[in-house]
Design a protein around this ligand. Structure first.
Ligand code: IVH
Length: 763
């Protein structure tokens, strides 16, 4: 094929893919495949400049401008990068450059990770951050100053250390905004804890967060910025190399990747590439390659640009981790908590070094949201250690015979009807005795991070369950040598060791036992907090039992009101909202009563929340006062849990429903009977000296605030965040500010730490 024909063909294909990606939001090839076509066209045009047409996709400056943010012009074009996919591509790149430089010039290179985030441009005047913008179309960007200011790694003033001298009069720097892998995981854990759908992709989440109108939202998204390029500098030192400028950026206090490397020549850089690729998943951020930059800045200026790409830098792209393949089936995975996870069965496909035939589909909400169908071509990502997952369907590749995926109604292992608890997105198998759940629970229970019982592998557990020797965690502690005799691989010595390991596991700290039980949301951190504040697993049991009883009472009482739903046709939205509140008291009502101090207070708050419902309530429905009384009972029963910092409604509901379940209570009793320790060593005796008292803590105290809070909570008191007439005492440390003033003005008594201790001791 003639180069001109091939170029025309590539242009046509790229136009199609561009349209599908940007307009239809339905790409049919992965980013990697797109990059390859683009690179081929760019190389052709470089070789035969006459083939470069004005409508060539290479002539388009990519734009990510959004409609509703103000625009700002950039002081210099914000360039993009050409791509290289092989060592030979890099060698050809250097050869082309060498032809433009004096013969015999040798080039050194700086290699940086290519961060998979969003390009930003920051402007500092006299050391003060005055503007932050996105790349936009390279000439004009979206003004996102308000959001940039929320990013902790962006200095608001430079140099961050004033001892580092004067800042340049004006400095424009470029960098990348992203979400670190660990922060993304934490962000998703929060989403899940709140019953919200987790984010699929860190880059898109970062991008969406930066373009928020409301910067309070941006502030919660854990963004990080790395800076890598000086765009404009007035005043400041003379910088001769990329390496020096990275160093200077660091000196000013910018976050600069510590992983950058300098190589004396291209072959040295090329030799290092396999190592970079092998370590890509060990980096704290997602990368899609590395960037090679000519170190000498004078030479980079001399090399100039082709189109929108500087010649002096190029991106070496790692092989894509995204591929498309066909979704053949969806299987259902049942976890130890009963959580149902849909798993994709894929037409086997090779991606980043392995053949993938299964991938996670997260949950059924997401399947519906992304409209993934059976038989669809789907985009799959496999990245590092994480389980491969489906990013979404390729809508344009549909044949018409794809079938919708419906959430299951029953557990495939035990046929129990699935449930979806208050405010959770996931479906659960509620059957504690479900064989799959028992197997998964035990597998987890004995594992290293949990009770750490060595010598009991998944296979053995399966056999022991099959033979009905163990049916739950407690049965493990009643295991006798004769149960194991004759099992494959269990010689006498091994049986002895296992018996000893089981005996030892009985004395694990209570928090470790708690975390091993597999209560949804209770990992080691939360388990420690629970044991610390409540003293024992028994206390948890008591709280949960009482809560579940009172929850039953509440639901029974509220039923006549809930019946409104069936009598009203086309129920008004506010009424529907009130009904939901009443129906899901743990997630919808209890949280709004956190600050309530008594039944009257609950009634007042409740009347606001339920007003629309009472406007249409039938005669004979329970009165608001009755409902309020029942709710207040519930609020008090569950208070020891809702008072704990970081324990949101979903988590609290998950805890009380676990420990409130009679089957679980039997399990705990069995564990205890088998001699398993249930108390924390430093069991805090709960006193009720501070019962019915509400505290606000302010100022600097002799110990961390959480500890003072724990002390108050352990003695039955309550801690809230703002001072009001209902505050019993303000605990004031040093440098107390507005809260102290407020307490004084409304006559709330003020105590110091000693005063609090005296109150607890009753002196
Ligand atoms: S240098 C003239 N360095 O990759 C310099 N870019 O594919 C141009 N990127 O738009 C950019 N990490 O948003 C450079 N260490 C790094 C980078 C980097 C990520 C992004 C940047 C650019 C895109 C080009």
């Amino acid at each position: 094929m003639q180069p001109s024909e091939r170029a025309a063909q590539l242009r046509a294909e790229l136009h199609q893919h561009n349209y599908r990606y940007h307009v239809l939001h339905a790409p049919i090839i992965s980013d990697g495949e797109y990059d390859r076509l683009y690179a081929e066209l760019a190389a052709l045009e470089e070789q035969y400049p006459e083939l470069r047409t004005p409508d060539s996709p290479t002539q388009r400056v990519g734009s990510d401008l959004s409609d509703d943010l103000p625009k700002v012009p950039h002081p210099a074009p914000i360039l993009s990068l050409s791509n290289a996919f092989s060592a030979d591509d890099l060698r050809r790149w250097q050869e082309r450059n060498a032809r433009l430089l004096l013969p015999g010039t040798s080039l050194a290179y700086v290699l940086e990770p290519k961060l998979d985030g969003l390009s930003i441009v920051l402007t500092y005047e006299d050391g003060v951050l005055v503007r932050g913008a996105t790349r936009g179309n390279g000439e004009v960007g979206d003004d996102v100053t308000h959001n940039i200011r929320t990013i902790p790694s962006v200095p608001l003033r430079i140099p961050v250390d004033p001892a580092r001298g004067q800042p340049p009069a004006r400095l424009v720097v470029r960098g990348e905004v992203l979400i670190l892998k660990a922060d993304f995981a934490a962000l998703n854990a929060e989403q899940i804890a709140q019953g919200l759908t987790p984010y699929v992709n860190a880059r898109n989440t970062a991008s969406g967060s930066l373009k928020q109108k409301d910067s309070r939202i941006t502030a919660t998204r854990r963004l990080t910025a790395y800076l890598y390029e000086i765009v404009v500098m007035d005043g400041g030192p003379d910088l001769e190399s990329e390496w020096q400028s990275l160093d200077y950026l660091r000196t000013l206090g910018f976050n600069v990747v510590p992983q950058a490397q300098r190589y004396d020549d291209l072959e040295a850089a090329i030799a290092a590439l396999p190592g970079w690729e092998a370590r890509r998943h060990d980096l704290p951020f997602e990368v899609d390659g590395v960037v090679l930059k000519v170190d000498d800045l004078a030479m980079r200026r001399e090399l100039g640009f082709v189109g929108k790409d500087p010649r002096g830098a190029t991106a070496f792209k790692f092989p894509s981790e995204e591929v498309t393949t066909r979704l053949l089936d969806v299987t259902i995975n049942v976890g130890r908590t009963g959580k149902i996870t849909p798993t994709a069965v894929l037409e086997p496909v090779f991606v980043s070094g392995v053949t993938v035939s299964n991938a996670s589909l997260h949950n059924y909400d997401l399947i519906a949201e992304l409209d993934i169908r059976l038989g669809d071509r789907v985009l799959v990502k496999r990245s590092g250690e994480v389980i491969p997952y489906v990013l979404g369907p390729v809508v344009d590749a549909r044949q018409g015979d794809e079938a919708p995926i419906r959430p299951p109604t029953h557990c495939p292992y035990c046929q129990a009807a699935l449930v979806s608890p208050d405010s959770a997105v996931d479906l659960f198998c509620p059957n504690v005795r479900c064989p799959e759940r028992v197997y998964r629970s035990l597998e987890f229970f004995v594992s290293k991070g949990a009770m750490d019982i060595e010598g009991l592998g998944p296979q053995t557990i399966k056999i022991l369950i099959e033979r009905q020797i163990i049916r739950d965690e407690a049965d493990l502690f009643n295991l006798r040598p004769q149960h194991l005799e004759g099992l494959e691989g269990f010689a006498e010595k091994k049986i002895q060791n296992l018996m000893a390991a089981i005996e030892q596991a009985k004395t694990r700290p209570a928090a470790q036992l708690l975390a091993s039980l597999g209560v949804d949301g209770v990992g080691s951190t939360n388990a420690q907090a629970l044991v610390k504040y409540l003293g024992s697993i028994d206390a948890l049991l008591e709280i949960s039992t009482q809560t579940m009883q009172r929850l039953d009472n509440f639901k029974r009482l509220a039923q006549p009101l809930l019946n409104v739903r069936s009598t009203l046709f086309g129920t008004a939205q506010e009424v529907a909202r009130a009904l939901t509140r009443l129906e899901k008291p743990l997630s919808e009502l209890v949280p709004s009563m956190r600050e309530a101090v008594g039944v009257d207070d609950v009634a007042k708050r409740l009347s606001r929340l339920l007003k629309p419902l009472y406007d249409v309530a039938p005669a004979g429905a329970p009165s608001l006062e009755q409902i309020a009384e029942s709710l207040w009972q519930l609020v008090q029963a569950i208070a020891p849990l809702t008072r704990l910092a970081g324990f949101g409604p979903t988590l609290v509901a998950s805890i009380v429903s676990w420990f409130g379940d009679p089957e679980r209570q039997q399990l705990i009793a069995k564990l205890k009977a088998a001699g398993v320790v249930m108390q924390s060593e430093s069991a805090q005796a709960l006193s009720d000296k501070l019962q019915n008292l509400t505290f606000v803590i302010t100022g600097t105290l002799s110990q961390p605030r959480e500890q003072i809070e724990a002390l108050i909570v352990a003695h039955g008191g309550k801690v809230t965040s703002s001072v009001s007439k209902k505050t019993s005492y303000l605990i004031a440390g040093n440098d107390a500010g507005s809260k102290l003033a407020k307490a004084q003005s409304i006559g709330v008594p003020i105590l110091d730490e000693d005063g609090l201790r005296r109150l607890i001791e009753g002196t």
